[in-house]
Write a protein that binds this ligand. Structure first.
Ligand code: PEP
Ligand code: MG
Length: 572
């Protein structure tokens, strides 16, 4: 069987499927049960859960950080609470009911007590109680809980989608590849798979329903083709492909330490996109010349409360120090749209991507924004920091955000806290209105970074997560190309530099056009950096200026894509 999705992260994967289904917990009340047997079930399930949580906690502490491991420590504490367990055992004895039912009732009682407390910290504990008791209930019912952090064998994960905490805690040695039902090239799971350098295909409509645990899978993360239970000859073919891929990787490593220059000597900056300080390793291994986008929202999404100033300061400091004197662009919180926080209520919206998100939310909830800016400016003494605001759509928003930066700097000065005076302030160009007035905006920033993932969705009015209309989501759309060209020209007119941190920056069919437009910095998944350097070294800037002019004369995305396919093919 052959299935097709969207190639999200390059590489060849060969392995056994592990299908992750979020089975719903169904609890029935049973009466007149064997009391001793039910109490034993409860106690056994608690022992199993504790063992699991200890393992996860140690692993996360070791591989991710003590701070991130704390949540599992909190879960362990819940399981040690004599009241919760005592109450459940009493229920089993007094009402002669089954263990899962009794524990569920106790859970609901505790959750409602905690949720009604005034203290926010105590209210948040309700979530821990729910999580941990559900883990025990699953064990009582014998529902398999796939623990991604301790896998016994090498697998290819098949899931509806993966959350940032799934990917943060997963055993990277054992996971040979990912396959998901939903998502596109710019969805967060796709971006994460590239950061982890794990081959992946996303958006295979029915992956979790048509693939079974243990099926043998082979796929190529570049073209998005998956074969289920292939014949031996196909497996051998993929083994060969894998060897070629590995050999090319070794070839690319020879470019480490070399400058990113075109054949006629124009220097560009090749930077990397990261989601957490742990991604630095991949960035350094791939010889990034800086961080072009640090998506700080993961710091918020992986937490169970707003990260405080100190937590944020430590994360930013780690990245700045890790990059030594190389520039680091840190984007302020970009939440909303498809990115939610479990601990922050956002109203349902008709059009969340056009709604209350990113800078709009930060300018409304200034206390959240200021905490982040304080942490950023404090961290600025540890490296070369550039701050950038997401989703700016008007001059007013930019000026307000800059005013708040000034306020924060004044506060820090009055508290005698040091910060660097050389922090560059820039903004993302993701919204057509910002691109169109980029001549005005350029006067008020040090740089722009073009976010094509969103710029394509807003310019073409096509939801980047919706597979049904994904044929309309095209970076080669002449409208998008004209906007990119306009933004670069406007910025250069004001003597400002322009980067790109959307996925187009690492795409070999876009790079020649972007070079021709004069883009200064290309920021991409670390895995793409050396491939991009090889391509750039083989191109002449003069020729690319001509190529870009010709491309701008084309009338449709199809024509541009065909032109670029032919261009790339002619060079091989
Ligand atoms: C973009 O929109 O291009 C971008 C880089 O931001 P994100 O993918 O995080 O929305
Ligand atoms: Mg964006």
């Amino acid at each position: 069987m052959e299935l097709k999705g969207i190639g999200a992260s390059p590489g060849i994967a060969i392995g056994k499927a592990l299908v992750i289904k979020n089975e719903e917990i169904k609890i029935d009340k049973k009466t007149n049960v064997d009391i001793q047997a039910e109490i034993k079930k409860l106690r056994d399930a608690i022992v199993l859960s504790k063992r699991e949580l200890e393992q996860i906690k140690n692993k996360v502490a070791h591989e991710v950080g003590e701070e991130e491991a704390e949540i599992f420590g909190a879960h362990l504490l819940v399981l040690e609470d004599p009241e919760l367990i005592g109450e459940t055992e009493n229920k089993i004895k007094n009402e002669t009911v089954n263990a899962d039912f009794a524990l569920n009732e106790t859970k609901e009682m505790f959750v409602s007590i905690f949720e009604s407390m005034d203290n926010e910290y105590m209210r948040e504990r309700a979530t821990d109680i729910k999580d941990v008791t559900n883990r025990v209930i699953r064990h009582i019912l014998g529902i398999k809980v796939v623990d991604l952090s301790s896998l016994d064998e090498e697998v290819i994960l098949v899931a509806h989608d993966l959350t940032p905490s799934d990917t943060a805690s997963m055993d990277k040695e054992k996971v040979q590849g990912f396959l998901t039902d939903i998502g596109g090239r710019t969805s967060h799971t796709a971006i994460m798979s590239r950061t982890l350098e794990i081959p992946a295909i996303v958006g295979i409509d029915n992956a979790t329903t048509s693939i079974k645990d243990g099926d043998i899978l082979v796929f190529d993360g570049d073209n998005g083709v998956l074969i289920v239970n292939p014949e031996k000859s196909i497996i051998n073919e993929y083994k060969e492909k894998k060897k070629v891929f590995e050999a090319d990787k070794l070839e690319l490593e020879k470019l480490i330490g070399q400058e990113s220059l075109t054949a006629d000597g124009r220097k560009v900056e090749l930077a990397g996109n990261i989601g957490t300080p742990n991604d630095l390793e991949g960035l350094i291994n791939n010889d990034a010349e800086g961080v072009g986008l640090y998506r700080t929202e993961f710091l918020y999404m992986d937490s169970d409360k707003f990260p405080d100033e100190e937590t944020q300061y430590q994360a930013y400091k780690k990245v700045l120090e890790g990059m030594k004197d190389k520039p680091v662009v840190i984007r302020t919180l970009d939440i909303g749209g498809d990115k939610k926080l479990s601990y922050f209520h956002m109203d349902e919206e008709m059009n969340p991507f056009l709604g209350y998100r990113a800078i709009r939310l930060c300018l409304d909830k200034t206390e959240i924004f200021k905490t982040q800016l304080r942490a950023l400016f404090r961290a600025s003494v540890h490296g070369k920091l550039r701050i950038m605001f997401p989703m700016i759509s008007s001059l007013e928003e930019l000026l307000k955000a800059k005013d708040i930066c000034e306020e924060v700097k004044e506060e820090l000065s009055s508290e005698s806290i040091l910060y660097s005076k050389d922090v560059e302030i820039g903004m993302m160009i993701e919204v057509p209105s910002a691109a169109i007035i980029s001549d005005i905006l350029a006067k008020h920033v040090d740089f722009f970074s073009i976010g094509t993932n969103d710029l394509v969705q807003y310019t073409c009015a096509v939801d980047r997560m919706n597979q049904k209309i994904s044929y309309l989501y095209n970076q080669f759309n002449p409208a998008v190309l004209r906007l990119i060209n306009l933004v670069i020209n406007n910025a250069h007119q004001e003597g400002k530099w322009v980067g790109m941190c959307g996925e187009s920056a690492g795409d070999e069919k876009m790079i020649p056009i972007l070079l021709g437009f004069g883009l200064d910095e290309f920021s991409m998944s670390p895995i793409s950096i050396l491939r991009a350097r090889r391509l750039i070294k083989s191109l002449n800037e003069e020729d690319m200026i001509e190529l870009a002019e010709e491309v701008l004369d084309l009338e449709s995305a199809e024509e541009v894509e065909k032109y670029m396919d032919d261009f790339i093919a002619s060079r091989k």
